[in-house]
Design a protein around this ligand. Structure first.
Ligand code: ADP
Length: 502
């Protein structure tokens, strides 16, 4: 282990018999590489998962899935066309005849098996998720995989207690549901979609995102191992046109989409006039609000977690920091010091804090928005960290001197980029926080409980975290207001979106 100075410039060595040189404030420890080496057990080529079996696509086409950390090909993925999607729905309809008739306690056993089998293979799935999407292994290992398992455990618990979902009413499954998910939390978003639908007795056709299909297809192996009746879970892969075929299919009685607001709007336009039930979890531009009485060191940790978790590829990311003027300079100084210690690089390294950007397209989108921030006159700070030469990487970035009219204050960047604004009064903080087309999440940092309660009622956001950020739990409903979408995932409320009241 060697010690580097604050801007990565001056390595000092420990020589035999001499004490370690004294650390000066802001020094960095340079860690030796600590790569995770578990075998992700990837196949060179993945077919579609329809009717309980892997089947070659009617289209005959495959596309490459790329590891964004080093731009190497990870696997070939089947590209489903409309005929493949038809086959998936036909299988799901057959599956529904069996699955919806099973008593809840029987369905629960299958869903518990999914959770346990995922736990059994947790390390393998974490490595596969990191290689496929670029997120740091410590996140896929400690967050994505355990949270995905937790969602299955939680919903398995519901499957035989459905009479409590809508007390006083009886609930029934809807039928076949079509689901399309994004690339930021591939396995976890799949769990959020599958678990409540399965618990309720629905069957599924789901499409993962084109850059991150691998763990969904590995999950298909778990569905097989759990002995699910054929056709209960069907996974089709492909691009936006495959997604459109899944959501527009006449056999889909309900559709659930998580992705960008732009695509959400396209989907809503195409489904207008149908009687499909719909839930949409779309973009966000959350305000993370720090008052002058907040514990500032903890707040800085929350700010860092809020925007740099998963490279900022998080719809509820705290991408706008609103700081109370009296502490703005202190918070910014602490934030910069903290950001200098973040490790950007190989996502498979256990010490990495910020991994690879998910795709070249996303990197370009981030670069464009960051360039607009510079052009519009905001002050940019980036630490002097070294980036790998291959792969898609972006330095953690903080803009100060941002005003509400800047694009970086209004548009979702979906990258490790924070815009800092200030406020003087609580009303101004609320006004600025709500002055956005989105309404997915917010954070409040203050010592006063009354202020937390006031803020959480005033903020138009589906989730408001107080003195913490990015905390998730399967029991807690998650979803948005305004252009962040509608419908809830998780908790009893999430189950209501997958049933009809009879
Ligand atoms: P992002 O902008 O974050 O990349 P998208 O909203 O484009 O996310 O993608 C989320 C998911 O939506 C992906 O699985 C993608 O293939 C799918 N998708 C893209 N376009 C459409 C569409 N027109 N209809 C249905 N799904 C789509």
């Amino acid at each position: 282990m060697s010690i580097l100075t604050s801007e990565n410039k001056r390595p000092t060595k420990r020589s035999a018999g001499r004490p370690l040189p004294e650390l000066i404030f802001g020094d960095l420890w340079e860690f030796d590489p600590a790569p995770e080496t578990a075998d992700p057990k990837l196949k060179p080529r993945y077919d579609l998962f329809i009717g309980g079996r892997f089947v070659a696509p009617v289209s005959g086409k495959y596309f490459d899935s790329i590891n964004p950390a080093n731009e190497t090909k990870l696997a070939e993925i089947a590209q489903a066309n409309a005929a493949d999607v038809d086959a998936a729905y036909a299988a799901a309809q057959k599956g529904f005849a069996v699955w919806s008739k099973l008593p809840g306690k029987e369905r629960a056993k299958y869903i518990y098996r999914l959770a346990r089998l995922l736990q059994d293979r947790a390390r393998e799935f974490a490595v596969a998720e990191t290689m496929d999407g670029g997120k740091p292994i410590k996140e896929s290992r400690d967050f994505d995989v355990p949270m995905a398992a937790a969602h299955f455990f939680y919903h398995a618990g519901w499957a035989d207690k459905l009479e409590y979902v809508a007390p006083g009413r009886k609930v029934a499954p809807l039928g076949v549901v079509g689901q399309v998910i994004p690339w930021n939390f591939p396995l976890l978003m799949m769990a959020w979609k599958l678990a409540p639908a399965l618990a309720m007795g629905n069957t599924i056709v789901i499409k993962p995102a084109e850059t991150t299909s691998v763990t969904a297809l590995k999950f298909a192996e778990i569905v097989q191992d759990a002995g699910f009746p054929a056709g209960v879970v069907n996974i089709v892969t492909g691009f936006g046109d495959t997604g459109a075929a899944v959501l527009n299919h006449p056999a889909a009685v309900k559709v659930a989409f998580t992705g960008s607001t732009e695509v959400g709007k396209i989907i809503m336009r195409s489904l207008a006039g149908t009687d499909k039930k719909m839930t949409m979890e779309l973009g966000g531009k959350a305000a993370n609000i720090v008052f002058d009485d907040a514990p500032l060191d903890q707040a800085v940790e929350g700010i860092v977690n809020g925007i740099f978790f998963n490279q900022g590829h998080v719809c509820c990311a705290g991408s706008r920091l609103l700081v109370h003027e009296p502490v703005a300079a202190a918070v910014l100084a602490k934030l910069k010091t903290r950001i200098r210690t973040l490790r950007v690089g190989d996502p498979l390294d256990k010490n990495t804090d910020i991994g690879a950007i998910n795709s070249r397209e996303q990197l370009t989108r981030i670069e464009k928005l960051v360039a607009s921030g510079v052009k519009e006159g905001a002050d940019m700070f980036q630490p002097a960290c070294k980036l790998p030469t291959k792969g898609y990487y972006f330095r953690p970035t903080v803009f100060s001197g941002v005003s509400m009219s800047h694009r970086i204050a209004r548009e979702e960047i979906f990258g490790p980029v924070l815009s800092v604004l200030t406020f003087r009064t609580l009303d101004e903080a609320v006004e600025k926080a709500n002055n956005t087309a989105y309404g997915l999440s917010a954070g409040v940092w203050t010592d006063k409980g009354s202020r937390i309660l006031k803020m959480s009622t005033e903020l138009k956001a589906g989730v408001v975290w107080a003195n913490t950020y990015n905390k998730f739990d399967p029991t807690s409903p998650f979803g948005g207001y305004k252009e962040s979408g509608f419908g809830r995932e998780g908790g009893r409320q999430g189950l209501l979106d997958y049933c009809k009241l009879v």
